[in-house]
Design a protein around this ligand. Sequence first.
Ligand code: AMP
Ligand code: MG
Length: 421
Amino acid sequence: MIAEIISVGTELLLGQIVDTNAAFLARTLSPLGISTYFRTTVGDNPDRLRGAIDLALSRSDVIITIGGLGPTSDDLTKETIAAAFGDPMQMDDGHRQWLEGFFRGRVGSLPQSNLKQALIPVSGQGLPNPNGTALGACFEKDGKIAICLPGPPNEFIPMVETSVVPILSEHTSGEPMTIHSRVLRIIGVGESSLEDRMKDLMQGDSPSVAPYAKTGEVHLRITARAESRVRCDAIIAPMELEIRTRLGNAVYGVNDETLEHIIITILRERGQKVATAESCSGGLISKRLTDVPGASHAFVLGVVAYANEAKVKQLGVSEEILRAHGAVSPETAKAMAVGIRQASGADFGLSVTGIAGPDGGTPEKPVGTVHIGLAWNGGVISQHNQYIGNRAIVTQRAAHSALALLRAYLIDPSDPIFDVK
Ligand code: AMP
Ligand code: MG
C-alpha cells in the first residue's frame, strides 16, 4: 500500500512552522508496512489543494491530509476532498449537539463558522477528535482512501493512534492492528554509547527499539505492533526488562515522567525537602521543581544569587572562598549548597554556578563551565560539568544535571560519587 501525506497550510510553506506532524505520521506508517512515496505541502488555496489531491489519487492508494479543518474560510480540506471523491458531506447531529454545548459554556452560542467542523462524508465516516472541535473524516472510493486530520499536534497525534492506525492496519492485513510505544528516559549515557550497548536489541521489528537524543538525556522508544493494546504491552514488557537490566539506574523514568517529577515523588514519600541556590541557571531548577503538582510538600526555598555579594549575604558563602577560588568553582558551589540548606532547614541544598556565555569565559574557565553542589545531612559534594552550546543550552543543561545529581543521591547515596572522605 502506497501512502501520500499532504500537509495543508500556508504557514508551512512560509516556514513559520515546521511540519512535525508529517514526520510523526511517516514514522507511524512504515511499521504498518505502508510505504510513503510522496509528501506534499500545499498552501490554503482550494485550486492548488485540489490539484495536489488529484495528483495524489493518481499515484497513491491512501492520502492523509493534515490541517485545514478549522472554522475559518481558508480551512477547506474536507470540502475539497469531498469534491474529489464525489462524496457529499452531511451534518453529524451528535457532534453538532456536542459543539453547541461546548460553545454555550464558553462564548454563549455556537458560531456559524464552527458548524462545518461537524460535517462528515455521506458514504465515508467521521473520526472522533477527543481534544478539539473538528471531526476528522475518512473517505473511500474505488479502492482509494483519504483521511483528513486536524493540524494541532495535540489533536493530530492521538487521532493517528486511535483512528489512522486501526483503519489502515485493517486494509493492510485484514485484521485491526494497533501500535503502542513506551519511552524509557535515560540519563548519564550518551546516545552513541547507548547505541553500542543496545545494538543487538535495535534490530527487531515488533518490538522495535530506537534512540532519540534530547538535551542532557536520551530516550529509548520501544514500539510494538499487535492486535490489541494488551498484546502490545506484553511484547514491550520483556524488552523493557532487558534494557533496564543492562542500564540499571540510568533509566530514570518512563513516558512523560520528568526528573523533577521523580524527585518530588521520592522526597514526598520520605517526608524530605530540598532548597536551591542558583546562579547561572537563573531559577530554572526551582521553576522545574515547582512545575510539579504537590511540590509544596518537598520544595522549601529557591534563591537566585547572581552577584557575589548576594552569595555572601543570602547564602553565607565566605568572601575568602570567592576571592581564593572565584564564583565559578567547586568550593563556591559547595558553599552555596551548604548555605541554602542551612538557611532553609531543608534536607538537601542544591546549587549551580557557572559561565553561560557568550562572554565571561577564560582559558581556565571557558564558557560552559558549570559546578553543581549538593549538600545533605553529613556531607557535601560538587560536580564539574563542561557543556558546549549557547547561553540557553548551558543554562538548561546545568539545571538538568543538578536535578540528575539530586536524583542520583536519592536513588543510591552509597554511589562512590557521594563519598566525601
Ligand atoms: P489547521 O488545522 O490547519 O487550522 O492548523 C492549526 C494549527 O496546527 C496551526 O496553526 C499549527 O500551529 C498547527 N499545525 C498545522 N499543521 C501542522 C503540521 N503539519 N505540523 C505541526 N503543526 C501543525
Ligand atoms: Mg491551517
